[in-house]
Design a protein around this ligand. Structure first.
Ligand SMILES: [Ca+2]
Length: 499
C-alpha cells in the first residue's frame, strides 16, 4: 500500500512538472523486501551488479583470449573463459568519444551527434570535397544514460577513469546520472600516467603512482563500499591510449620477450599487463566479497588499436578507420549462472547493445519515448543466437585524421557502413563509391565484391538508405569552397595545413 501511494505521488509530481524527467515514470516490478538497501548480501537475483571495464584503443588482437602471443592477459583470459567471447564485437565508431557516447546512451551517433573527437575537419583542407556536418563534443544532458535508467531501480553508479564527453557539473559523469566521478572530464588522454596526473577530478596520489593501478583501487573502493546494494561501475581506463608510459619492471619483461604477429612494442605490452592486473584485482575483490555470482562483468575496448603501435592482423585498418581494424574490438562477458563457461560467438554485436542488455538483466523497462538502437544480448549470452541476421550500422559525415603511419591523407572520409551476417558494405560519399566484403571469407577486406555481386550490394545499400532516413542521419551537402584536389599537400609542424 505504501508503495502504491508513493508511486501515485511520484506520478502526480511528474505530471505537474515538479520532478525532473529522470524520475522513473513507471517502476518495474520489484520482488525484494521493501527498503532502500535490498536484502543482505548486495544485489538480488533480479538486480545484479554491473561492471563495464572499458579499455581505450585496445586492438582486436591485443589480448590472450583473442590470440595474442606477445601481450600477456591471464586475468582477462580468466574472465573470458568463465563467460562468452564475442569474436565480432564492434565499437560504434573508430575513435573514442562517439563510441563512449553510444555505449552510455544506447544511441547510434546520428542521434546524439557525437561523430568524432573535437573537429570533423581533419586532414588536408583542400582535399575535403564537403564541409562536414557539425560535431558535438558533449553528450546532451537530455540523453538518458545507463546510470540514469538504473537509478530508478535503486542502483548506485560510479564513473571511474576517462569520460571524454564534457566536464562536470554540466556535461560530465555526474551530469549524466553517475553518483561518483573519479577522474573523468573532457580530455581524451592525459599528459602523464604517473602521479601527479593533473586531473582535477582525481586527487593526485604519491609521486610515481601509476594511473591504471590507481583507477583499479578506486574501483575496488567503490565495490567494497557498495557491496550491500546493487551497483553499476563504469571503469573506463585511460589505458592503453597514448602516451605510451608503463612501469619499468614490466617494460623490462617485454623487452626481453620476442615479438609475434606484428606485436612487439614493450611499453604498450606493459600497459596492457597493468590493465590486466587491475582486472584480476577486481575479479578477486568480487570473490572476496561474495559478489562474483551476482555481478555481470563486461569487458571491451572503445575502438581499434593504433597503427604502428600494435597489429590488428589479419584485419585491415586501425583506429580512425571504418575497416575492421578500426571498429572490431575484443569483448568478453561473464554472467554467472546464465552464460555457460567457455562460450564463443561470431554473431556481430556492438556497443549500443549493452544498454538494452543491462536493462533486461536488471528487469528495468525502457522509458516511454526512449529509443535504443541496439538489441539485448540476453538470449545470445544464454546460447540462443537470435541476432545473427540483424544489421549493424555506422554513419560518419566528417573527416578523420590519417592513421599514425600517415598512410593517406585521411583515416576516414564521409561514409555509411552496414554489416549483416558476413556481409559488410561501405558507402563513401567523397567519391560516391561502394565497397562490399564477405567477412566470412575475407576478414581482411581485400576483395571488393560490390560489382560482382550487385544484387547483394543493392540490397545492403537500400538497408543503409532506409536506416539513414529512419534515424535522421544527415549527409554533408555543402561543397567545400577550398576544395582543390590538384593543389600540393603541405605539411606544417607534422600536421596538414588547415588541419
Ligand atoms: Ca579510444
Amino acid at each position: 500500500m505504501r508503495r502504491l501511494v508513493l508511486g501515485c505521488l511520484v506520478l502526480c509530481l511528474v505530471q505537474v512538472g515538479l520532478l525532473q524527467a529522470d524520475v522513473p515514470v513507471e517502476a518495474p516490478p520489484d520482488t525484494r523486501p521493501e527498503g532502500p538497501a535490498g536484502p543482505p548480501g548486495g544485489a538480488a537475483g533480479n538486480r545484479p551488479n554491473f561492471i563495464i571495464i572499458y579499455a581505450d584503443d585496445l586492438g582486436w588482437m591485443d589480448t590472450g583470449f583473442q590470440g595474442s602471443r606477445y601481450y600477456e592477459t591471464p586475468n582477462l583470459d580468466r574472465l573470458a573463459r568463465a563467460g562468452m567471447v564475442f569474436r565480432s564485437a564492434y565499437a560504434n565508431s573508430p575513435v573514442c568519444a562517439p563510441s563512449r557516447a553510444s555505449l552510455l546512451s544506447g544511441e547510434y551517433p546520428p542521434r546524439h551527434g557525437v561523430y568524432t573527437v573535437g573537429s570533423a575537419e581533419r586532414g588536408p583542407a583542400h582535399l575535403r570535397r564537403w564541409v562536414p556536418v557539425p560535431n558535438a563534443t558533449e553528450l546532451k544532458r537530455s540523453v538518458i544514460t545507463i546510470p540514469e535508467a538504473l537509478k530508478s531501480a535503486g542502483y548506485v553508479s560510479a564513473s571511474i577513469g576517462k569520460w571524454h564527453l564534457g566536464d562536470d557539473p554540466g556535461a560530465g559523469p555526474r551530469a549524466q546520472g553517475f553518483d561518483l566521478n573519479a577522474g573523468g572530464n573532457h580530455n581524451g588522454h592525459l599528459g602523464s600516467y604517473f602521479s601527479p596526473y593533473g586531473i582535477v577530478e582525481l586527487q593526485d596520489g604519491p609521486v610515481g603512482e601509476y594511473l591504471t593501478d590507481r583507477l583499479t583501487n578506486e574501483a575496488i573502493k567503490f565495490i567494497t563500499a557498495n557491496a550491500q546494494r546493487p551497483f553499476f561501475l563504469y571503469l573506463s581506463h585511460y589505458a592503453v591510449h597514448t602516451p605510451l608510459q608503463a612501469k619499468r619492471e614490466l617494460i623490462d619483461k617485454y623487452k626481453a620477450k620476442a615479438g609475434s604477429q606484428g606485436q612487439d612494442e614493450p611499453v604498450y605490452a606493459a600497459m596492457i599487463e597493468s590493465l590486466d592486473q587491475g582486472v584480476g584485482a577486481i575479479l578477486d575483490t568480487l570473490d572476496r566479497l561474495g559478489l562474483a555470482s551476482s555481478t555481470v562483468v563486461f569487458f571491451l575496448s572503445d575502438n581499434g588499436g593504433v597503427a604502428d603501435v600494435t597489429s590488428m592482423g589479419p584485419l585491415r585498418g586501425a583506429k580512425g578507420s571504418f575497416y575492421e581494424g578500426g571498429l572490431r574490438v575484443p569483448m568478453a562477458v561473464r554472467w554467472p549462472g546464465k552464460t555457460p563457461a567457455g562460450s564463443v560467438t561470431d554473431t556481430p554485436v556492438s556497443g549500443v547493445d549493452l544498454f538494452p542488455t543491462i536493462l533486461q538483466m536488471a528487469h528495468v523497462r525502457v522509458r516511454p519515448g526512449q529509443v535504443l538502437d541496439g538489441d539485448s544480448l540476453v538470449s545470445l549470452l544464454q546460447g540462443k543466437d537470435d541476432l545473427r541476421g540483424r544489421a549493424i550500422y555506422w554513419h560518419f559525415p566528417g573527416y578523420m585524421d590519417p592513421d599514425a603511419g600517415r598512410r593517406g591523407p585521411f583515416g576516414a572520409t564521409p561514409c555509411s557502413v552496414v554489416r549483416v551476417g558476413d556481409w559488410k558494405l561501405i558507402e563513401k560519399f567523397e567519391d560516391d563509391t561502394i565497397e562490399m566484403y564477405d567477412l566470412g571469407r575475407d576478414p581482411g577486406e581485400k576483395t571488393n565484391l560490390a560489382a560482382s555481386n550487385a544484387d547483394k550490394a543493392k540490397e545492403l545499400s537500400t538497408l543503409l538508405l532506409d536506416w539513414r532516413a529512419s534515424i535522421g542521419a544527415v549527409l554533408p551537402t555543402v561543397r567545400n569552397p577550398r576544395y582543390n584536389p590538384e593543389a600540393p599537400v603541405v605539411m606544417v609542424g607534422g600536421k596538414y595545413e588547415g588541419e
